[in-house]
Design a protein around this ligand. Structure first.
Ligand code: 5GP
Ligand code: MN
Length: 339
């Protein structure tokens, strides 16, 4: 085991730090990095945030988002930051593949590696780790780490709103089973430093474009398939579908939850054709592990009730066909009564 450097020691003196986040960053990835970075800078650290690619517009209010280096747009600057780093963090991911090209750079890097994450089955490449699958969000782990370090007093409203955004979205707006007493206690503390929860909620959930709402309507009326026999529902959107609604990055986020919200559905999936790849999102309720399902069949992963994957080889039709043909193998698990 190499996960032996305590963060207290690692961050005792000002250093050059690079916080990296996963491909197609969500609020938890971006929020955990931006919130943490703000505190680290107050302790004298030099911090650069590197993302493999861009993030949805509904996250472009978080303090500092404009300074995030996008590897796909600006590889030289990102590489140079990584080359100079003393410590490189993986925020909200712990499998280098999830970092895309940034993950490849980390593999080559001589910097100390650190992971702050809550995904299952982390890879063993870090010397420092704040990791727990019990955590609802990486932003929760950042908050806990700041408390451990005695630095929570350095959290300001702006950093707090970044952390709050990750916690709110990764718990599905405090509705998923990962919503704990501890999470609510953190949120209470964040409100204590001025975090405006109504504002953050509005910025994330209620800034839809008309096109996005129309895409939602189209997806639900034309692209939703319910396989009652298996308690499975899925939605698919082709590149053409997405183009006809001028879909922007993030427009399909949350769509899979509509399929999951149907009474009796145990597993829901969303298949989207984007950038010559098929992106898959899986969700489940109860004990059925979509992490395992995605890992075994689609080289993906995530959490028990929320996972994803990508296929670069198969067409949209082929992915859906493979998905449907797998279901008989899972019929018992999908149709058994949990409680
Ligand atoms: P989403 O469906 O919202 O993109 O992702 C749901 C969960 O699965 C997230 O926790 C995310 O990190 C994980 N996930 C999404 N896509 C992939 C993937 O391609 N590979 C792996 N290993 N995990 C993924
Ligand atoms: Mn997360």
């Amino acid at each position: 085991m190499h996960n032996h450097i305590p963060f207290k020691e690692l961050l005792a003196e000002p250093k050059k730090l690079v916080l990296t986040i996963h491909l197609n960053p969500d609020a938890d990835a971006l929020g955990s990095a931006l919130g943490f970075a703000r505190v680290l800078r107050k302790k004298g650290h030099e911090v650069v945030i590197v993302s493999p690619n861009s993030f949805p517009d509904f996250l472009k209010w978080m303090q500092g988002w404009e300074q995030v280096l996008l590897y796909d747009k600006n590889p030289e600057a990102a590489r140079s930051a990584l080359a100079q780093a003393d410590v490189v963090f993986s925020m909200d991911y712990s499998a280098l593949k999830r970092g895309g090209d940034v993950g490849e750079e980390i593999k080559k890097s001589k910097a100390v590696k650190a992971i702050i994450d809550h995904h299952r089955e982390p890879e063993n490449y870090a010397q420092a780790m704040q990791w727990s699958i019990e955590a609802g969000a990486t932003c929760e782990l950042v908050y806990d780490l700041l408390v451990e370090l005695g630095w929570e007093k350095l959290l300001d409203k702006e950093a707090g709103e970044c952390l709050y955004a990750g916690i709110m979205t990764d718990t599905g707006g405090f509705r998923h089973p990962n919503t704990t007493q501890h999470i609510h206690q953190i949120v209470a503390s964040l409100m204590g430093i001025g975090v405006d929860v109504a504002k953050v909620s509005k910025l994330i959930y209620d800034t839809n474009t008309v096109n996005r709402i129309k895409l939602l309507g189209f997806a639900l009326s034309q692209r939703l398939h319910v396989l009652t026999e298996y308690n499975v529902a899925y939605i698919y959107l082709s590149a053409k579908d997405l183009a006809s609604f001028h879909a922007q990055k993030g427009d399909t986020e949350g769509l899979v939850n509509y399929a999951l919200s149907i009474k009796g559905i145990v597993m829901a999936a969303l298949f989207t054709e984007k950038d010559q790849m098929i992106k898959m999102s899986f969700r489940s309720v109860g004990n059925f592990s979509v992490n395992e399902f995605a890992r075994t069949n689609f080289d993906g992963g995530g959490h028990t009730n929320a996972a994803g994957g990508v296929s670069k080889e198969l067409s949209l039709e082929a992915v859906i066909d493979k998905f449907e043909k797998l279901l008989p193998n899972y019929k018992t698990a999908l149709t058994k009564k949990d409680e």
